[in-house]
Design a protein around this ligand. Structure first.
Ligand SMILES: *Cc1c(COP(=O)(O)O)cnc(C)c1O
Length: 430
């Protein structure tokens, strides 16, 4: 190919393919869910990103959730800079860790003690180990299409990239380990009851995304999570809410604040790090004290509680509170939804649009979506054409039908107007 005609993204990707498996450091970035090649980002600010070829996009990925205020807000940049002047990592307790713990414990209803880790994956992995150690049971129960990071025991019928790539069950996980993971369809209360009656006393933990957002986005049916809570209490099974995506996004205290159901353990990530690599998990004191050094369950991390990450996360959370970020996101969400509905009505398409707060998904199916099976009825080829059409016109949605979209506080009128115009144009061409 004539390299003079090649875009910078294309030549960077060609080189990346030689050096990095699939050219990417996380699979969904490879665009396999929609075809074509990814672009490379030069910079990001507010609700927009710019690629290395100088094109700008209204961004609804928000670095997969963390950028809740928008990209690179001044408060977060300043917090990182000033923390860095005092040192970038200590490996000895630092005051920011206590501040972060105080913030989490005061906001998230079910958390009495919390430990910091470096990713959502680490958070869910640690919750599972803690639940098994605490209950002295081996089985865990998860739901089809829920994604909890790339933890061995949890890459069974998983969502997100695993689903996009048609590999909800990964190679490299011993059958004997996968056999300890039971799975059920989400939102099926009867199946849940049945499995508890059969095996409840062997199940260490139930782990769930209370609002599943890694197979698109669908909501719990009324009473479903309540039933899960009461079955777990009855059988002394640990209920783990994976709020890595919903935590600090759907409300200051996560989805558990909105629904009023208190899990035993909660996994957090994404928003909590302000864009730096952070996760956390917490819960009742009695259970958290089962962790080393007080208890028998080992868990550790060289960079856990890193001062730059704590500073960035704290700055983001405080700014959200200062600007009334969650109310603002509800308003932006409602405005965005009206735009989508107008566009759908004009195009004559009756696709299923799902939204809660600042999270959304447009499924390319007319049927209702409550679980993985109904989400998979979506027309993925149509989604792919929609994705590329929008991208070519300066609107960037996640490159897979099975990812949620994210709104941020910085999305402006102009961003929403461009989105309405572009999506309208693209839908009419499908
Ligand atoms: C993103 C995500 C994870 C994994 O977090 P990483 O930081 O990517 O390891 C876990 N659970 C849920 C619900 C997520 O959305």
């Amino acid at each position: 190919m004539d390299t003079f005609l090649q875009s910078r993204s294309a030549s960077l990707f060609a080189e990346a393919l030689q050096l990095i498996p699939g050219g990417v450091n996380s699979p969904v970035r490879a665009f396999r869910g929609v075809g074509g090649e990814p672009f490379f980002v030069e910079k990001a600010s507010g609700g927009r990103i710019w690629d290395v070829d100088g094109r700008d996009y209204v961004d609804f990925v928000g670095t997969w959730g963390p950028a809740i205020l928008g990209h690179a807000p001044a408060v977060v940049r300043d917090a990182i800079t000033s923390a860095a002047q005092r040192g970038v990592s200590f490996g000895i307790p630092n005051p920011l860790e206590v501040e972060m713990a105080r913030q989490i414990v005061s906001w998230v209803p079910s958390i009495e003690k919390v430990r910091m880790v470096n990713s959502g994956t680490e958070a869910t992995m640690s919750c599972i180990r803690l639940a098994r150690g605490f209950t002295q049971r081996d089985l865990i129960l998860k739901f089809e299409g829920c994604y909890h990071g790339h933890v061995d025991s949890l890459l069974v019928k998983a969502g997100s990239g695993a689903l996009t790539h048609g590999q909800p069950d990964s190679a490299g996980i011993p059958k004997s380990l996968a056999a300890l993971t039971l799975t059920l369809p989400y939102n099926d209360g009867e199946a849940l009851e049945r499995i508890f009656v059969e095996r409840g006393r062997e199940i260490a933990a139930v782990i769930v995304e209370p609002v599943p957002a890694n197979a698109g986005l669908y909501l719990p049916r009324p009473g479903y999570l309540e039933k899960m809570r009461s079955l777990c209490s009855e059988y002394e099974t640990v209920l783990i809410f994976d709020e890595v995506m919903t935590g600090f996004r759907l409300a200051k205290g996560g989805y558990q604040e909105r629904c009023g159901i208190h899990p035993d353990l909660t996994a957090l990530g994404k928003v909590i790090g302000g864009g730096l690599p952070v996760g956390a998990f917490g819960g009742r004191t009695e259970m958290m004290d089962y962790l080393s050094p007080d208890g028998p369950v080992y868990q550790a991390g060289t960079l856990s509680g890193n001062p730059l990450a704590m500073a960035a996360g704290l700055a983001q959370l405080r700014e959200m509170e200062r600007v009334g970020g969650w109310n603002r996101l509800e308003e932006i969400g409602a405005e965005f939804e009206s735009g989508v509905k107008r566009v759908l009505a004009r195009s004559g398409k009756r696709y299923n649009f799902r939204r809660i707060g600042s999270m959304f998904c447009l499924y390319f199916t007319e049927g209702d979506v409550w679980d993985l099976a109904s989400a998979q009825r979506s027309d993925k080829a149509a989604f792919g054409r929609f994705f590329h059409g929008c991208r070519e016109r300066g609107v960037y949605f996640a490159p897979s039908q099975f990812e949620a979209g994210f709104l941020c506080v910085a999305h402006s009128e102009a961003d929403l107007e461009r989105t309405e115009r572009v999506t309208g144009e693209v839908l009419s061409l499908l």
